[in-house]
Design a protein around this ligand. Structure first.
Ligand code: ADP
Ligand code: MG
Length: 321
């Protein structure tokens, strides 16, 4: 059987870019571009909580990095490199090869080389932890606390598909193979909006990536910025596959559904055209969904003009605590 060091050498050692010391020493070394700050973020993925043991390992490798790149995107940071922590119950070479393929393909696509990590045997189950590093100019970093009264609120891509796929796989919704086929990619192969984040740096005032649901994540921006917001439900970009769902399921998926990894951001109202052009330049659809208000709280208005009550809260690992 392959040793720990065989695993690292075979699947996780890649030539590091010029000027970078990658896998193989006690630490990795990389340079920070002059005048920039390091943006860094870590996500943990736990078997049974964030993924099913039978998930396609190539998709899992992709997603483990994608959710971290999405955090860099939400700060307007340019990826520099990443670390991978793996706790494996055993060495399954075909599983590792597929996982590494998914991981490295996305790393290559975004110039975010794997430069180090740690590999251990777990007592049971699989745990994956990725840390990313990016470079961001100190001033235009897209922080959560930058939203201003009167800003327009935008979201990239479409909402709701990942939540529906998750709920179908978890048997919370009745089996529907065609709906699963149409939504599963959104759950398993999310696209981090790195180029959009870079295009918005200096233009958007605040941004967040939607990991736990629009209402919850936009709520973080509003409370950090000490402002409120009004959204029009009918303006929200709903994933095509969801058009035939009943109203309650749709509302819950679009407002409360997590695992979206689209960007929600605010920008000055007079910059609508600049936002549209910046997004078009990087080929990402964006939709204006509402505006920032002075009063605290988030209101979502239904088609009949009335505010919707009991907005879905989104995901919380420790609800009620
Ligand atoms: P140490 O004993 O210093 O922690 P290790 O033997 O754990 O070193 O790791 C050896 C080298 O392999 C280090 O450069 C480490 O960063 C790298 N490494 C270990 N596991 C991984 C992994 N899963 N992905 C990428 N690099 C890894
Ligand atoms: Mg180690």
């Amino acid at each position: 059987m392959a040793s720990e060091f065989d695993v690292i050498a075979r699947y996780f050692t890649r030539p590091a870019p010029e000027g970078t010391l990658g896998v193989g020493d006690d630490c990795a070394l990389f340079s920070v571009p002059a005048g920039m700050q390091i943006a860094t973020s870590k996500d943990l993925l736990i078997q049974g909580r964030h993924f099913y043991p039978n998930v396609d390992p190539e998709a899992l490798g992709h997603k483990a990095l994608a959710v971290n790149l999405s955090d860099l995107a939400a700060m307007g940071a340019k990826p520099l490199g990443c670390l991978l922590g793996l706790a494996l119950p055993n060495v399954d070479e075909s599983w590792l090869a597929a996982f590494a393929r998914g991981f490295h393909a996305l790393a290559d696509a975004h110039g975010c080389p794997l430069i180090g990590g740690d590999t251990t045997r777990s007592v049971q189950d699989l745990t994956i932890s990725v840390t990313v590093f990016g470079a961001v100019a100190a001033q235009p970093a897209l922080r959560r606390d930058g939203a201003r009264v009167g800003d327009h609120i935008w979201v990239s891509g479409a909402l709701g598909a990942a939540d529906i796929a998750y709920r179908l796989l978890d048997a919370q919704l009745p089996t529907d193979d065609s709906l699963l086929a149409a939504t599963r990619r959104a759950l398993e192969w999310p696209t981090p909006r790195v180029e959009l984040g870079l295009a918005l740096a200096g233009l958007a005032h605040a941004a967040i990536d939607i990991s736990d649901g629009l209402v919850q994540d936009l709520g973080h921006v509003l409370s950090a910025s000490r402002v409120g917001a009004q959204l029009q439900f009918d303006a929200l970009p709903v994933a095509d596959a969801l058009q035939d769902l009943d109203h309650d399921t749709l509302v819950r998926a679009v407002l409360g559904g997590g695992d979206v990894y689209e960007l929600c951001f605010t920008a000055a109202a007079e910059n609508d055209d600049h936002v549209r052009r910046a997004a078009a330049r990087v080929g990402v659809p964006v939709t204006r969904i509402g505006h920032v208000t002075e009063a605290g709280g988030l209101q979502v208005f239904a088609a009949d003009g009335r505010p919707m009550s009991a907005l879905p809260r989104g995901f919380d690992h420790f609800p009620g605590s």
